[in-house]
Design a protein around this ligand. Sequence first.
Ligand SMILES: Cc1cc2nc3c(=O)[nH]c(=O)nc-3n(C[C@H](O)[C@H](O)[C@H](O)COP(=O)(O)OP(=O)(O)OC[C@H]3O[C@@H](n4cnc5c(N)ncnc54)[C@H](O)[C@@H]3O)c2cc1C
Length: 290
Amino acid sequence: MNEYGEVIENVSLKNYNTYRIDTHAKYLIKPYDVNNLQKLIKYLDNEKIKYYILGKGSNVILPDQYFDGVIINLDNLNKVVINNEEVYADAGISLSNLVLKTVDSNLAGLENLANIPGTLGGALYGNAGAYNTCIFDVLEDITIIKDNELKTILKDDIKYSYRDTEFKHYDCIIISCHLKLKKGNKEELLKIINENKIKRKNSQPLSEPNAGSVFKNPEGYSAGKLIDDLNLKGFHVNDAYVSTIHANFIVNKGKATSADIKKLISLIKEKVYNEYNIKLELEQIIVEWD
Ligand SMILES: Cc1cc2nc3c(=O)[nH]c(=O)nc-3n(C[C@H](O)[C@H](O)[C@H](O)COP(=O)(O)OP(=O)(O)OC[C@H]3O[C@@H](n4cnc5c(N)ncnc54)[C@H](O)[C@@H]3O)c2cc1C
């Protein structure tokens, strides 16, 4: 596989997921470019080797079990081209880097997303958003690899909703996208970014490993408030704790396993359902290596 990208063998994924779950994979590969990524996928399919695309691992609960396959990391796909208000960006770029580049070009539209950790690919996959903005608001089209062919799909032809897109429901790799932004003022946009950063610092457990909001907000409710009202802050399964800062966050106090986090999630869901008759839906993604 060395011909397709940088390969790391027998890799701990602890530094590749923001929960810091200490799980391992046989290989991690960073393809050099899209062409090599396509060749890699063809090779893996032919050899019947399993693979999993991981961005910054900031929205996933990885399994505890060893992955006898290949983690694909798109760090090397990180080009951005800005042409007036049109932005063409590769999926591997970190979302915050992309936002800063667009703001630097006096373009508005992404500023509310500046402090979301993760890659552009991860953001497109789950329609990430914050402060009443989501990435699909400014999207024109997405290029993916599906059935080992490159396809560009217009936004109008993509099914998406709150923290959901069709890409969650079939196998594909998001390669790049085209965004349309508006002219803005760099100083004003930076001010918004800094204000949002302070809000997050004051309301989220940023110094402890976590993967963002655990549950989606049920229509008309705040998941965090429902959990907080049940006095579940500090409730825990081994080292997996409901954050005392924000009840819709689970934090890893040290050696939390995937099983601990999942057990805590099911206990929270059960308690919320018993009390309010509301079924909480996960925003985070439980990964299974299959
Ligand atoms: C402190 C904190 C705050 C957060 N705040 C927010 C917030 O305000 N709003 C919000 O929406 N999210 C938030 N998140 C969650 C997370 O950062 C986002 O969902 C982010 O977009 C995930 O990107 P990622 O690269 O880390 O994806 P990962 O977690 O690596 O992957 C998520 C899923 O996307 C798939 N995937 C990733 N890249 C690709 C690709 N190129 N092609 C196909 N599939 C792909 C993966 O296979 C996986 O299923 C927060 C997380 C943390 C830790």
